[in-house]
Design a protein around this ligand. Structure first.
Ligand code: FAD
Length: 421
């Protein structure tokens, strides 16, 4: 096959070929099965947040940018109840507790443990641990979207609007010593960027590559009155990633995608103790399905943990000194800003998936840098104030499927191009 990317990745002890084998055989099939379940399929999102950065916002009229939200009848009952937020064994009790609270009842029938679980959940504010802005799920503007019915694919969103988003991400929010007149390669070791800032740029570039791979793989190939034909567009992929056609940039962008994958894989491995607690449930109210999903999730996380060449995140923000802490804070703030830029994306379909993917990466970073809190989790108790993931953060795991699928798609394009040579 035409090898678009090969060899060892920068700043890691891992090579592209090992990732390909591991992903395509071990991770991708398990992720795909798990993420088509109801728990991961319905995503609550506010697509109507105003853009916080500019006001000359045009309305997107492209028909492929439309998103169809769910009617309430389409969403499983368990997800609509407030207990979904807790995802814990006590969730049913908590639901009762909340009902009782709403009714103003002093409910003596609730166990102390349940009452404490609810209080600790309410008290817990992990805003400071976050790398990403989350939508307020209780806002009346937030709606459920069925992700299987609104797939990420070619939408036709391009030109100055799309460029303004990417520009504002790279030039103002990516630690990039970049100027249009004098572009610098942020990956060059003489670029003046420290390893953390280089990593940041690579993650964003990897995310961008993933979006562009997906639109090339689910391209609108033909359309008439009766049907639309979606499929792989090899020349679109080549235009974006071929070495010759992109002045050498395409393969570097694909390598950044592999780097993103490594970070996400590491986060999957590290979150295992959180999901392994007996108290944790992927709660939808359909108990057999919920148990099956938890089993699948744990299988996936165990496999992720077995990967032999994990990224070593201790190389980032090392030293625990003032400088490292300041850098970590900047990293967080900058990433939060990027998640807010997603509210400026005019195309709703692109906004939906852009939000989900930045949230997914934000959750991965939160996990990666919360080792102390995850280790401090009690094993036996239902409560866990030291570390929490909201349902929105858990569902954004779906972003990981995107990266995993993108890796698979690169192979597909490589073979297709090889066959035509
Ligand atoms: P762009 O992809 O717009 O890139 C702009 C410039 O950034 C390029 O010229 C290049 O210099 C640089 N660049 C490109 N790729 C990388 C990279 N990986 N790393 C570093 N620099 C890079 N379109 C769809 O059809 N479907 C979608 O679902 C979709 N989702 C989107 C989500 C978001 C958040 C955004 C901002 C855009 C989305 N788009 C989507 C649009 C799509 O990403 C492109 O912007 C569009 O196809 C125009 O492509 P382009 O060739 O002009 O270059």
């Amino acid at each position: 096959a035409v090898a678009y990317v090969t060899g060892t990745l920068d700043d890691c002890a891992c090579d592209v070929e090992t990732i390909d084998r591991f992903n395509n055989k071990e991770i991708f099939p398990k992720l795909q099965k798990l993420l088509s379940s109801d728990y991961f399929r319905f995503y609550k999102v506010n697509l109507n947040n105003p853009c916080p950065f500019w006001t000359d916002h045009s309305q997107c009229g492209l028909k492929y940018c439309a998103v169809k939200p769910c009617t309430l009848g389409e969403v499983p009952e368990g997800l609509k109840s407030s207990s979904y937020k807790y995802s814990e064994a006590a969730s049913q009790d908590i639901e009762e507790c909340e009902k009782a609270e709403k009714l103003g009842a002093v409910n003596g029938s609730l166990s102390d443990e349940t009452r404490q679980a609810l209080q600790e959940w309410k008290k817990h504010d992990d805003e400071s641990d976050r790398f990403c802005m989350l939508d307020d799920e209780d806002s009346p503007k937030s709606q459920y979207v069925d992700l299987l019915l609104n797939p990420e694919r070619f939408t036709g969103y391009k030109g100055p609007e799309a460029w303004r988003i990417w520009n504002s991400i790279y030039e103002e929010n990516c630690f990039k010593p970049y100027s249009v007149k004098r572009p610098l390669n942020p990956l060059a070791s003489n670029s003046g960027l420290c390893v953390e800032k280089r990593a940041f740029f690579r993650l964003i570039s990897g995310l961008h590559a993933s979006i562009n791979i997906h639109l090339s793989a689910r391209y609108l190939l033909d359309e008439n009155w009766f049907e639309m034909k979606w499929g792989h567009n090899v020349s679109e992929f080549q235009l974006r990633f071929d070495k010759e056609l992109t002045e050498g940039e395409g393969p570097k962008r694909l390598r950044n995608l592999y780097f993103l994958y490594l970070i996400e894989l590491r986060a999957l491995a590290k979150i295992l103790p959180y999901f392994e607690r007996p108290a944790f449930h992927l709660y939808t109210g359909q108990h057999t399905q919920d148990n099956e999903n938890k089993k699948l999730l744990l299988e996936l996380l165990h496999v992720a943990k077995s990967f032999p060449l994990h990224f070593d995140e201790t190389a980032l923000f090392a030293g625990n000194n003032k400088e490292a802490m300041k850098l970590k804070e900047d990293f967080k703030l900058t990433f939060k800003n990027i998640s807010r830029i997603m509210d400026c994306v005019e195309c709703f379909k692109c906004r939906l998936w852009g939000k989900l993917q930045t949230q997914g990466l934000g959750s991965a970073l939160k996990i990666l840098f919360s080792e102390r809190q995850i280790d401090a989790m009690p094993n036996t108790s239902n409560t866990n104030p030291s570390f929490q993931l909201s349902r929105q953060e858990i569902v954004s795991l779906r972003g990981r499927l995107k990266t995993s699928k993108s890796i698979k798609i690169i192979r597909f394009f490589s073979y297709s191009i090889h066959k035509t040579l």
